[in-house]
Ligand binder design. Structure first.
Ligand SMILES: Cc1cc2nc3c(=O)[nH]c(=O)nc-3n(C[C@H](O)[C@H](O)[C@H](O)COP(=O)(O)O)c2cc1C
Length: 247
């Protein structure tokens, strides 16, 4: 199975390398203060298993126009290591940030929150995801094929936020099903959505198209993607991108 993922991800990598980037225009960005977090404590943390080979650096697709200093920001993120069995070592959680080993998506989310002062929210599911990489791969593919929207265990009030960064790993060339659940649960009408992915070659995958379909009355004002392998050392790329879009 892992060989299959490797093959598929290599294909993704080749596509990514051939310039399949997705550009979007940015029409708004804002700054905020507030630094409190609503993040639910991680169920697990840990290390293990490497991801498949990956290229590269962060991709940004932004032009910024700062509009307001009143906007309230949220960073909502999903990472498997906060959705696995208690005390398990997650295969995907290999990023050390602030001395803690956490998921790559969680690390990028923390970097965004640190820079912008956004509130943080960990999207967690009622069910646990497998810890072993191959099992997780099979589990996630099956969930995707069935179009399951996993029940979420954590909830927040997004009505108070104008701009929501949504951070997640690419799974099987798209967003984890938990992210589909997240978009299903909340009303994003009039919100600015900023998708951020960690990946092993697929970059943003189909994120922009899918979110555009799911939330037609929201605006995707920017996006960012970074290889999971570069997440640990990626804070300067993250902060440069945030500066570009006005944060
Ligand atoms: C189930 C599963 C499917 C994956 N599918 C892809 C994929 O299609 N494209 C890709 O670039 N990376 C893929 N990956 C690699 C993840 O994107 C990578 O492990 C993740 O970004 C690391 O972040 P995390 O530590 O928060 O999980 C997959 C990983 C898993 C576990």
């Amino acid at each position: 199975m892992k060989r299959l993922i490797s093959t598929l991800l290599c294909a993704a990598l080749i596509i990514a390398a051939s310039g399949c980037s997705q550009d979007i225009s940015v029409n708004a960005s804002t700054t905020t203060t507030a630094a409190s977090t609503t993040t639910t404590a991680a169920k697990t943390e840990g290390t293990t298993a490497a991801n498949e080979s990956t290229t590269a650096a962060a991709e940004t697709s932004t032009e910024a126009v700062a509009e307001s200093s009143e906007s309230k920001l949220l960073v909502a993120y999903f990472t498997p290591s906060e959705n696995s069995e208690a005390d398990a070592i997650s295969p995907a959680s290999q990023t050390v940030y602030d001395g803690e080993t956490i998921g790559s998506a969680a690390a990028i989310a923390r970097m965004i929150a640190k820079r912008t002062g956004a509130d943080m929210f960990s999207i967690q599911t009622v069910k646990d995801y497998p810890v072993v990489y191959d099992d997780l791969a099979d589990f996630a593919l099956d969930e995707q094929n069935r179009g399951e929207l996993p029940e979420l265990a954590t909830h927040t009030d997004i009505s108070v936020y104008d701009t929501i960064f949504v951070v997640y790993p690419v799974w099987w060339y798209t967003m984890p099903q938990a992210i589909y659940s997240f978009f299903d649960e909340y009303d994003f009408v009039g919100k600015n959505i900023i998708p951020v992915t960690t990946h092993a070659g697929s970059r943003l995958a189909d994120s922009l198209a899918r979110i555009g379909e799911l939330e037609p009355d929201a605006t995707i004002t920017s996006s960012f993607t970074i290889s999971a392998m570069n997440a640990e050392t990626g804070e300067s790329e993250v902060t440069s991108w945030l500066a570009e879009i006005g944060y």
